[in-house]
Design a protein around this ligand. Structure first.
Ligand code: COA
Length: 296
């Protein structure tokens, strides 16, 4: 776990959050930090034993938490999980769409059904959960005052900002998730006051995503990050609190990269010292070359 939180421990007091994929990885850390900052949390996932262990661990920190089994691709599951959250925890303020499919595969080795599976979990799942939650998140939704509205945070990626090896399915799915964030921010921001934003994590250590890379690649990932280190799950959880709490109350339709600048990374092809010398030499040459005919 990261360092001490910069937020007040009551910043999410009275809020209820539903976090899909909240039983493990980044989204479990989001559930933990939301709970430590005053929220009650519901976590959703497909595997009961994972949810049970996560709820026990949240409970041991004094966090009020429930686990509700379900698949984000299934609209009956989505409605049931949202309704269970509201009936057991009283209301719904924050939906985190975190459930995601991910595996590395070369494009020609990926079957169309494999492609569809990830689109279904990430993109359709984000839409299905948001759709099931909208009536509870909107102003005046159950347990809320007439001006109080909820928040949606969808976990995306930076893969599709350029292109990445062996992740054609995930990149396409996350590009679509970013598009959902913008469309929902426009429609539901206008009509219901719901803020819809995203977080695009970069390389985050100790996650199922990074476990799929081999140790050598993990080392390389850290080397190319402009800030010189892999991210921690804590970094993503703090960004989620920032967007969910009043700190983010004018942020709507944004997807925030939390990646230490990784997606901008390019190898430095010449050192600063070489550049300075080379630059001076080039200037000198061009000045000398211009002198004979120059009228300036
Ligand atoms: N490589 C290539 N294709 C794969 C694959 C892999 N590693 N894993 C699944 N597929 C393909 C299957 O072959 C199948 O396609 P086919 O019917 O043409 O053969 C298709 O995907 C569906 O597989 P299935 O196992 O039925 O899907 P599922 O609904 O159980 O979901 C995963 C499987 C792998 C998508 C999902 O469980 C997953 O991604 N889990 C890991 C979650 C994770 O790491 N999250 C972190 C996010 S960063």
């Amino acid at each position: 776990m990261g360092e001490e939180s910069p937020f007040s421990s009551a910043v999410l007091k009275g809020k209820v959050a539903l976090i899909t994929g909240g039983g493990s990885g980044i989204c479990f850390e989001i559930a933990t930090q939301f709970g430590l900052h005053g929220a009650k949390v519901a976590i959703m996932g497909r595997r009961k034993h994972v949810l049970d262990a996560a709820v026990a661990s949240l409970g041991s920190l004094g966090i009020k938490a429930i686990g509700v089994q379900g698949d984000v691709r299934n609209k009956e599951d989505a409605s049931r999980v949202v309704e269970t959250t509201v009936s057991e925890l009283g209301r719904l303020d924050i939906l985190v769409n975190g459930a995601a499919g991910n595996f590395l595969v070369a494009a020609e080795d990926l079957s169309p059904n494999g492609f569809k599976t990830v689109m279904d979990i990430d993109t359709l799942g984000t839409f299905t959960m948001s759709h099931a939650a909208v009536n509870y998140l909107k102003k005046g939704g159950k347990g809320k005052g007439p001006t109080e509205a909820g928040v949606i945070i969808s976990i995306s990626a930076t893969l599709h900002y350029t292109a990445n090896w062996y992740q054609i399915h995930v990149a396409a799915a996350k590009a679509a998730v970013d598009s959902l964030t913008r469309s929902l921010a426009l429609e539901w921001g206008t009509d219901y006051g719901i803020r819809c934003n995203g977080i695009a994590p970069g390389p985050i250590s100790d996650t199922p995503g990074m476990d799929k890379l081999n140790p050598e690649e993990v080392g390389k990932s850290a080397e190319i990050v402009p800030l010189g280190r892999m991210g921690e799950k804590w970094d993503i959880a703090m960004a989620a609190i920032f967007l969910a709490a009043d700190t983010g109350k004018y942020i709507n339709g944004a997807t925030l990269p939390v990646d230490g600048g990784s997606w901008l990374a390019k190898p430095r092809y010449i050192s600063k010292e070489q550049l300075r010398q080379f630059g001076r030499a080039v200037e000198q040459r061009s000045r000398t070359a211009k002198l004979p005919n120059s009228k300036l």
